[in-house]
Design a protein around this ligand. Structure first.
Ligand SMILES: Nc1ncnc2c1ncn2[C@@H]1O[C@H](COP(=O)(O)OP(=O)(O)OP(=O)(O)O)[C@@H](O)[C@H]1O
Length: 264
């Protein structure tokens, strides 16, 4: 059964139909990539799922509960998590304190109790860091971490709320190929082991084709193709919208290799 069901979803800005009646579904344990050229409607779709934008029409249900019309915080409480960019982690805090802050907020404790973070559920925070391979760096300040390690901490923070659905907006932006593949391999492992559904947008096609179980392709607000990577790679409409964009769908040498096999 589908965890997330998007039906006839639409949103316009003035005369622009940013999202124009799209339908797709996502199951627990599945990684679904939302791709499309610039202005296709990816961010608008994302922001309707997390409640930052209200849909003009259509429905978004999570395990049967309607999300359209709910506030972002309520949607988060229902189990829709998201990864935040680097700026959202508190760089002066240590790695483990950052995860403890996320657990504090999950437990509805006041955010103003900064001093409470250091004492709060440290062992749970360490378990989350262990899951992303960062337990050994728990007591280092986030400000000294390598970029790829910050992304792992962001993933641990997103998992602190035990989401059913995790939204990742360009998770590998700004990363080198080896780091990109490590982060996506880790994400895929978590998704499979914990039965979390992931909806992600990504401009890096090697990542998308190597790690997505399925893909939804948007162009000018419409869904033009949907399916497994091999179907999308050969889809004439997809090739048409990307033609001239410089993107290729050739199988990458790097993607699909285990991270330790890849060039730094
Ligand atoms: N707040 C807004 N006000 C007016 N128009 C908007 C707004 N947000 C998005 N749009 C328009 O809606 C369309 C879809 O934009 P959206 O940002 O969802 O696309 P995208 O696929 O995420 O693009 P990109 O890959 O460039 O981020 C575009 O034509 C965009 O200009």
């Amino acid at each position: 059964m589908s965890l997330l069901k998007v039906e006839n979803l639409g949103k316009s800005f003035g005369g622009v139909k940013a999202v124009d009646g799209i339908n797709f579904e996502l199951k627990a344990g599945e990684l679904l990539a939302l791709i499309g050229p610039n202005g296709a409607g990816k961010s608008t779709t994302f922001n309707m799922v997390n409640g930052q934008l209200k849909a003009d029409r259509g429905s978004i249900t999570l395990a049967g509960t309607e999300l359209v019309g709910l506030q972002p915080r309520d949607i988060w409480r229902l189990g829709v998590g998201r990864t935040f960019q680097i700026a959202a982690t508190f760089s002066s805090l240590t790695v483990v304190e950052n995860v403890q802050m996320a657990l504090l907020s999950q437990d509805k404790k006041l955010f103003s109790l900064w001093s409470a973070a250091a004492k709060h559920r440290r062992s749970d925070a360490l378990d989350l860091l262990d899951m992303v391979g960062m337990a050994s760096q728990a007591d280092r300040p986030c400000s000294v971490l390598a970029y790829g390690d910050v992304k792992r901490v962001e993933l641990a923070i997103a998992m602190a709320n035990a989401p059913k659905l995790l939204l990742m907006d360009e998770p590998t932006a700004g990363m080198a190929p080896k780091e990109r593949n490590e982060l996506m391999a880790l994400t895929k492992k978590l998704v499979t082991e914990r039965g979390v559904a992931v909806l992600f947008t990504e401009h890096s096609m090697d990542v998308v084709f190597a790690y997505a179980d399925r893909m939804v392709v948007l162009a000018r607000g419409r869904l033009i193709a949907e399916g497994k990577p091999d179907v999308i790679r050969d889809h004439p409409k997809v090739q048409e919208v990307y033609f001239g964009s410089g993107k290729t769908f050739e199988k990458s040498q790097e993607a699909g290799k285990a991270p330790e096999e890849q060039a730094a």
